[in-house]
Design a protein around this ligand. Sequence first.
Ligand SMILES: Nc1ncnc2c1ncn2[C@@H]1O[C@H](COP(=O)(O)OP(=O)(O)O)[C@@H](O)[C@H]1O
Ligand SMILES: [Mg+2]
Length: 351
Amino acid sequence: MSQLELIDVTKRFGDVTAVNRLNLRVEKGECFSFLGPSGCGKTTTLRMIAGFEDLDEGELRVEGSVYSSSFKKFYIPPEKRDFGMVFQAFAVWPHLTVRENVAFPLRIRHRPRHEIEERVKMALTSTNLLKIQDSYPGRLSGGEQQRIALARAIAINPKVMLLDEPLSNLDAKLREEMRFEIKDLQKRFGFTIIYVTHDQAEAMALSDRMLVMDNGVVQQIGKPLEIYHKPANRFVFSFIGLSNFIPVSVRDGAAIIDGTDRIAAEGVPPELGSRAVMACRPSDISFVPESETERAVPAVLLRRTYLGDIVDMKLKVGAAELRVQKHVKNALPQEGERCFIRFNSVLWYKD
Ligand SMILES: Nc1ncnc2c1ncn2[C@@H]1O[C@H](COP(=O)(O)OP(=O)(O)O)[C@@H](O)[C@H]1O
Ligand SMILES: [Mg+2]
């Protein structure tokens, strides 16, 4: 039985359909991310799971029990769901100490005192806050405040943790550290995580599985690498990782980049007709010797930039400009130099 199940869930705000017939199952212990651009419906979906929003259509089940149902006009209020929650603007209460902040959700649930003490201690220990438990949050760093929000969510011993862009207020380095800490906590406590983010690197790093949504509609559900290598459509391709979309004309299944006369790749699906878009990752393009005429396309290197071990390059190929990324150890052309490239892996989309 799935931990969480959303069946045909729809939510509207006036004319805006924020979430459109969403279907999803999340298994126990999974770290599952919602990824998509701002305004695509991630927070709304999470708020429906938490019980802060009603459903216009559909049903939400937790371990097989109905928690919200538009058909049955039924819903369980948030405080009865016992989900841990950390939101983007994580509110830690400035007038309460760290310990009091973490104890707060247990107090409003009227848990016995010894249980509160035990749980708070456990949550503070596991988030490394024990030493500063008597401090007030105003004096603490962003990372420490973030940990308070996490500790507070852990303290109630939730089956499910709902995290809405919990790291977006932190700087890049801290964000990366906190990712590992969240993963660690999950391993230790075994809760299921729903993690909302618009940052694809974060989703790729954390998730067992994820969904990509756009405009309230699910575009793809799968494992991070599956989505990276087999994007369901052009939107997903462009949202995950870097991408080139190259307009081509098609002759007998072979693609010719506009402004060139060499075949760049073969195997264009016939249904696309005489025009198509060839999609390719910057790392899936190689430089080849001029003698290697088979599928080598002439290009000019416009500029190159060093990103640590990776060189980021812009190339002109016929009428198109491409992004190529290679490790510095490769033999690479100079700026302004003519070269030949080969497309190692491509996908095809409609023009
Ligand atoms: N309370 C609300 N009232 C009206 N419109 C809302 C409300 N909450 C969200 N929306 C709209 O629903 C859409 C999805 O929003 P949201 O779920 O917050 O997206 P995300 O979290 O992916 O950025 C947006 O168009 C947003 O403007
Ligand atoms: Mg949001």
